[in-house]
Design a protein around this ligand. Structure first.
Ligand code: SF4
Ligand code: SF4
Length: 458
């Protein structure tokens, strides 16, 4: 090996160790090509972690990885969510598969249908019997049994498979919709027939409703698993009721599968006060690893889905949930984590997970990014105020300039006309997008007026 090669390897190892900007496009690599090269090299000189596997509860003869690859945030090449990066994405799947991940989860709406096609293209490389491919019936789009049949046939085609290992009723949150689609239209009976024909191995449910509804329907079918939003932030929230849902499933011996273990990234950022608590307790542990360990420390969690669009995420999650390194939270760590989450909750934020289901907005509003931007200020207690320590012209100026710089005209909260199109797509029932947009718009306008009234110049 030449010295040049040594230097290249050294840089790659530094990158592997995360000594680069975690948020940069190539996760510590100088270019996309370098990332692709590194992922190729992993085949020869592998990363030393392998995800924990357990018997799949509905078929214990097969093992399933504790970490599942969620197809909701695949890597994209351009700015559009439909422009998937097949080369990098394929390498990420390969890396995850080599390191034990064998559950891959997609849905009709992921990347506007491009997600399922991406899965079809990538997953055909692996031995079919060694992987679990999960897809979901888009409940809210089903207006008849024929609709459901069309969705299912198209999904098999897009995913290039003869059968799904797991097929989920997507986004169950209302008794009325559940009864209409799955009982009145006969979709559930039809899905059971597909199971008998071998086109579906197991049937599960992705649940977005409340505890009472879950109690009513949990016994309707021997679900292979029920996917719930479960993370440290939503754990005991009145809206998400994560812990209550977990308890219902545990009591009925239904395996718990977890979506949004990091609450769309909020668990991986928290706020400054919470970060200080966790860094003081364990300087070398990332916030994401705390979040994953919190979830995985619950014994009835059978599967944790993570939408991993970046190599840094795959790499770290594999290590956190690996046979080699995983440790449940100790009692002391649980206490520390509880304090950190309480510190995060001191400031209210919009509980948007950044899933981007709501996009595009027909009126141009950049919904998830506006919420993320606002949360960045609100979560750290940095919103400009009329009195107190935040009542400064300097803070108002920075806040307004930041908003103008990040959001070109036409993409801001002020462009929301309240058409409600996004409401149908948003799986988070705890807030209404147009209501929050109106609040943010009003708040920005108020800060602007105050700034100008006090002599500021825009
Ligand atoms: S309600 Fe507002 S944010 Fe939602 S789609 Fe309509 S204009 Fe866009
Ligand atoms: S507003 Fe709702 S649909 Fe849109 S990104 Fe946030 S959580 Fe997802």
């Amino acid at each position: 090996m030449s010295c040049g090669d040594c230097e290249m390897t050294r840089r790659r190892v530094l990158a592997l160790l995360g000594l680069g900007a975690a948020g940069s496009a190539w996760c510590g690599f100088r270019s996309r090509t370098e990332l692709v090269d590194f992922l190729d090299e992993d085949e020869k000189n592998p990363y030393p972690f392998h995800v924990i596997r357990k018997p799949f509860p509905a078929d214990p003869s097969r093992e399933v990885s504790l970490l599942g690859y969620g197809g909701i945030r695949l890597p994209i090449k351009g700015r559009q969510k439909t422009q998937l990066d097949y080369e990098v994405g394929g390498k990420l799947f390969d890396f995850a598969y080599r390191h034990g991940v064998n559950y891959f989860d997609t849905g009709w709406v992921y990347h506007d249908g491009e997600g399922e096609k991406f899965f079809g293209h990538q997953l055909k490389k692996y031995p079919r019997e060694k992987i679990f491919i999960a897809d979901k019936m888009p409940t809210w789009l089903v207006k008849s049994l024929d609709d459901a049949k069309k969705f299912f046939e198209e999904q098999l085609k897009r995913c290039q498979v003869e059968y799904f290992d797991n097929y989920l009723l997507h986004s169950i949150h209302s008794r009325e919709e559940y009864d209409r689609v799955y009982k009145k239209f006969g979709v559930m009976d039809w899905l059971k027939e597909q199971k008998e024909k071998g086109r579906i191995r197991h049937i599960g449910m992705s649940f977005h409703g409340k505890e009472d509804l879950l109690k009513e329907i949990v016994g309707d079918y021997p679900w292979s698993l029920v996917l719930i939003q479960f993370n440290a932030i939503d754990y005991d929230s009145a809206w998400f009721q994560s812990k209550k849902l977990y308890d219902v499933l545990s009591a009925h011996k239904v395996p718990v599968a977890v979506m949004e273990p990091l609450a769309g990234g909020r668990v991986a950022t928290l706020n400054a006060k919470a970060r200080r608590i966790l860094k003081a307790a364990a300087p070398d542990k990332s916030l994401a690893s705390w979040g994953f360990r919190f979830v995985a420390s619950h014994p009835d969690v059978a599967l944790i889905l993570s939408g991993m669009g970046k190599f840094a995420h795959v790499k770290e999650n594999v290590a956190t949930l690996s046979q080699e390194a995983f440790k449940p939270l100790s009692e002391d760590e649980k206490e520390t984590y509880k304090k950190a989450i309480a510190a995060f909750r001191e400031f209210a934020t919009v509980p948007c997970t950044g899933c981007r289901y709501c996009m595009p907005c027909p009126y141009g509003v950049n919904i998830p990014d506006v919420f993320a931007w606002y949360n960045g200020y609100a979560g750290d207690g940095l919103l400009p105020a009329d009195e107190g320590p935040n009542a400064t012209q300097e803070l108002r100026k920075r806040f307004l300039a930041d908003y103008a710089r990040r959001f070109p005209q036409g993409t801001r909260a002020e462009n929301c006309i309240g058409c409600q199109k996004c409401l149908v797509a948003c799986p988070q029932w705890t807030f209404r997008i147009p209501t929050e947009m109106a609040k943010i718009d009003k708040f920005v306008a108020h800060v602007r007026e105050t700034y100008v009234a006090q002599g500021g110049w825009l």
